[in-house]
Design a protein around this ligand. Sequence first.
Ligand SMILES: Cc1cc2nc3c(=O)[nH]c(=O)nc-3n(C[C@H](O)[C@H](O)[C@H](O)COP(=O)(O)OP(=O)(O)OC[C@H]3O[C@@H](n4cnc5c(N)ncnc54)[C@H](O)[C@@H]3O)c2cc1C
Length: 455
Amino acid sequence: MPEFDVVILGGGSGGYACALRSAQLGLSVALIEADKVGGTCLHRGCIPTKALLHSAEIADGAREGARFGVKSSFDGIDMAGVNSYKDGVVSRLHKGLQGLVKSRSITYVEGHGTLTSKNTIEVNGEKYTGKNIVLATGSFAKTLPGLEIDGVQVITSDHGTRLDYVPKSVIVLGGGVIGCEFASVWKSFGSDVTIIEGLPRLIALEDESSSKQLERAFRKRGIKFELGVFFKSLTKNKKGVTVTLEDGKEFTADLLMVSVGRGPVSANLGYEAAGVTMDRGYVLVDDKCRTNVPGIWAVGDLIPTLQLAHVGFAEGMLVAEEIAGLNPRAINYDGIPRVTYSDPEVASVGLTTAEAKKRGHDIIELSYDLAGNGKAQILNTSGSIKLIAEKNGPILGVHMVGARVGELLAEAELIFNWEARADDVASLIHAHPTLSEAMGEAHMALAGKPLHAHG
Ligand SMILES: Cc1cc2nc3c(=O)[nH]c(=O)nc-3n(C[C@H](O)[C@H](O)[C@H](O)COP(=O)(O)OP(=O)(O)OC[C@H]3O[C@@H](n4cnc5c(N)ncnc54)[C@H](O)[C@@H]3O)c2cc1C
C-alpha cells in the first residue's frame, strides 16, 4: 500500500468531512469505515430522528385540522409507512454521500480498523500508512450499571429509530436532547410517555428558562416527567417493564428507552498503545484537534467537545485545512448552534445566563414573547426569544423556544459570532409576517425601541 497523506479511521460526520475536505485540498486520502459511510448521524441519529419528528408533526396537523378550519382526523400511525419514508430519506442521502466520496478519488476501505503504530491503521491484515492519522470512531449509546439493553423491551435510540410499532406506553430514561426528541415523537404517535431525569430539569445544558418553557409545553401536551430523581432498578415480564426510582416511585410501560448520554468508541483500538492521551475513553486534543502524538489527530464525538454532527463536520474540515497548511482559525465552541427538535423546538447559541455570570460578564437580558409575533399566532405556537447581552456590549447568548425556532438560529449565529450589539440588529429590517421578525423585535426591545412588545 502506498503511503497516504491522511488515513482516517471512521466515516461518520467528522471522518467523512475530513476526507472530503482533504481530497479537495489535493491530499491523498484513505477513509476506513466498519459499517456505513455517514455514521451515526445519517443512519441512526440526526436524519432518521428528524424524519420521525416530521411524521409526528404531520400526525399532529391531522389531529388539529379543525382548529384551522380543515376537516381532518388522525386515524393512526402506519409504522411501515413511516419507516419507508424515513429510510427513503436516509438511503437517498447515503447514495449521495457514497457518490461524493467516490468522485473525490478517496480510497474507501470497508472494515474494522485498529491503530497499530503511530502512522498505521490495520484493516483485515492490510496496513494503511499515513503521514497523518485522523481518529474519528465516534460514540455509542451508554447505559447504566446493571441496566442491560435487550433491544426489545429495553432499547436505546439505535433501536428507537427502527421500531416497527408504536408502543402504547414508553418510559424514556434521560431527559436530554435525544430523550426529549423521542418523547415528542411518541406522544404525537399516540403513546403514553413518561420521561425520567436525574437532573432537576429537562435539557439541562440549555438555559434554565428554555428548560422551564419546554417542561410547560410538554406538560400541556400530556408528556409526563419525573425530575431530580435517579433510576434504581428494572423488572421485566411479558407485559412490559417496571422502573423503580430511588424515591420508591414505580412506573410501568411497554418499553423503556435508555438515553443517558453517549460515550466515545475508543476501547481496544490501539489508541493508548500508540501513546495517545485519553480521559475516560475520550481522546484529548488541542484547539486544532491535534493529539499529543505528532501526526495523530482526533475529531467528532470521540473528543470531549459538543456531540453534534456539525461540530464533527467543522472539526474534520479544520484538521484537513491544518494538514494542508492553511492555518485555519480554531473553532469557537460557544458559537456552535444547538437545537432540540421536539415540539416545541428549543434552539440556542452562545452563553446561558448562568455561564455568562460565571465568566464574570455584566449582563442585561430581554425575553421577547412570541405571543406578539404574527406568524407565531398563525402557526398557533407559543414561546420566546431570550437575549443575553453584555451591558453596552455585544449579544452573548440567544435562547429560543417555539415551533420552527431552529430555523432562526442562522441569524442568531451570525449575531453572536460577529459580536453584534442589539442596536446593530435593531436597524435591520425583518420581513413581515415571519418568525424571524421576532428576532428583530427582541433586539429592538433590548436597544430601547420596542415596537410590538408589551411591558
Ligand atoms: C438519536 C440521535 C440523534 C441525533 N440528532 C442530532 C441532530 O439532530 N443534530 C446533530 O448535529 N447531531 C445529532 N446527533 C449527534 C450526531 O449523530 C453525532 O454528533 C455525529 O454522528 C458524530 O460524528 P462522528 O463522526 O464523531 O461519529 P459517528 O457518526 O458515530 O461515526 C463514527 C464512525 O466510525 C465507525 N467506526 C468506529 N470504529 C471503527 C473502527 N474501529 N473501524 C472502522 N470504522 C469504525 C463507525 O461505524 C461510524 O460509522 C444525534 C445522535 C443521535 C444518537
